[in-house]
Design a protein around this ligand. Structure first.
Ligand SMILES: *Cc1c(COP(=O)(O)O)cnc(C)c1O
Length: 399
């Protein structure tokens, strides 16, 4: 008998759950795109985006997903043949580097595997070998959404400084912005990219490049720049039409305005980080309990190095796939697939899943997610330790 007649929940690491208020804010006729209310509303988005990013500098908005922001960052700062150093801690760090390579950049990869963060000492050592200072940028993700590792962004900045290297420091916060603590200026990040569909709770389709004056200085000589991706008119243009290189993505912008009201003006950025801390620790408390028997385990062992937005879980072969199917069809819960973590010899033997716990999420939603997984493990006879929902409840109760 199927019991799945009720609200469905998406607990994948992006897109995240869209608040009803955001959907409602988008449900309206098209506005005047030349003057008046829309133009004024859009000018209020920039200070709030910068408040979330903790930067005083510049923010360009693109009608694009995160990959568009990646490309914008490369095109606005680099020339064909330039060198960058990419720190790989899973699928996403490599992705930005692969894109740069496809655009003619000479990419050096430092690979730290799928289960560890980028080691600042290795980064420092590598930069010291570049005595001619040819590397133009050190490129990393804060949260690698595939492995669910969280890189230590300030420690990597210190490594660049310790090597006395002038490279720009680029960070991908697409999964982490509005979830994990991030302080762009205080942490010495020169360029940061983000998307709207994860911590920012808005339907996929907007992305952001935040950059400081050091990164902007590279713009003047960036041979890869193109009219559409150019951030100059988007940030300095005097006509509203230039901010989006054409028609504004009107409804996404209304949705984003509502989401930023919720995040910046109602909850507050610091309390939002705290909420993600508590809820992620509740997920981990459940996983500690489940993994006391059977084969479930967290991909990242050290809690200090885990993302607060997503948790990657390993299972016995096939169990992850069976569990995802059960949760979706019998429970109304969609879990994330393992991305880039399944080895070639285990192709088809699905043994990784991910719980997204980013954005619009409260104890009710999280306990529903964990309780449904617990039911799925039982229904499928997957061996597991008991007491997971209880452990999560205790962590939430502690606040
Ligand atoms: C989701 C994600 C991306 C890709 O974003 P898209 O919007 O799918 O292009 C890149 N980096 C990280 C860290 C992500 O989580």
């Amino acid at each position: 008998m199927n019991l799945n007649f009720g609200k469905q929940q998406l607990s994948i690491p992006g897109p995240s759950v869209i608040p009803d208020r955001v959907l409602q804010a988008m449900h309206r006729p098209s506005p005047n795109i030349y003057e008046g209310e829309l133009v004024e509303m859009v000018s209020t988005l920039y200070p709030d985006l910068k408040a979330v990013a903790r930067t005083r500098h510049h923010c360009a908005i693109y009608i694009a997903n995160g990959h568009g922001a990646w490309e914008a960052a490369i095109c606005n700062t680099l020339n064909r043949g330039d060198k960058v150093l990419v720190l790989v801690t899973g699928y996403f760090g490599r992705g930005w580097g692969d894109m740069a390579a496809a655009l003619g950049i000479e990419v050096q990869f430092l690979d730290f595997g799928n289960r560890a963060d980028a080691d600042p000492n290795r980064v420092e050592d590598h930069l010291r070998t570049d005595t001619a200072h040819e590397i133009r940028a050190v490129v990393t993700v804060q949260t690698d959404t595939a492995s669910s590792v969280q890189n230590n962004i300030p420690a990597l900045r210190r490594a660049i400084d310790a090597a006395g290297h002038p490279a720009l420091y680029w960070v991908d916060c697409i999964a982490s912005l509005g979830c994990d603590r991030h302080k762009m200026d205080a942490w010495g990040v020169d360029l940061m990219v983000a998307g709207c569909q994860k911590g920012l709770m808005t339907p996929a389709g907007l992305s952001f490049v935040f950059f400081n004056d050091r990164a902007d200085a590279a713009w003047a000589t960036a041979g890869l720049n193109t009219p559409y991706w150019d951030w100059a008119n988007r940030t300095r243009g005097e006509i509203f039409y230039q901010k989006f290189a054409g028609t504004a993505p009107t409804h996404h912008l209304y949705g984003l305005r509502e989401a930023l009201d919720m995040l910046v003006h109602e909850e507050g950025v610091e309390p939002c980080w705290h909420r993600h801390e508590v809820l992620s620790e509740a997920v981990w408390a459940a996983l500690d309990a489940w993994s006391r028997a059977g084969d479930l385990s967290m991909n990242i062992k050290d809690a200090e190095k885990r993302s607060r937005a997503v948790t990657t879980i390993r299972t016995a072969p096939d169990d992850a796939g069976r569990l995802r199917q059960w949760c979706e069809h019998e429970g109304g819960l969609t879990l994330g697939i393992g991305l880039g973590l399944t080895q070639p010899d285990t192709r088809g033997r699905d043994k990784v899943f991910r719980i997204g716990h980013m954005g619009h999420l409260n104890p009710l939603m999280l306990m529903g997610c964990l309780g449904t997984i617990d039911a799925g493990l039982k229904a499928l006879g997957i061996p597991h330790g008991t007491g997971a929902p209880e452990a999560a409840a205790q962590r939430i109760a502690a606040g």
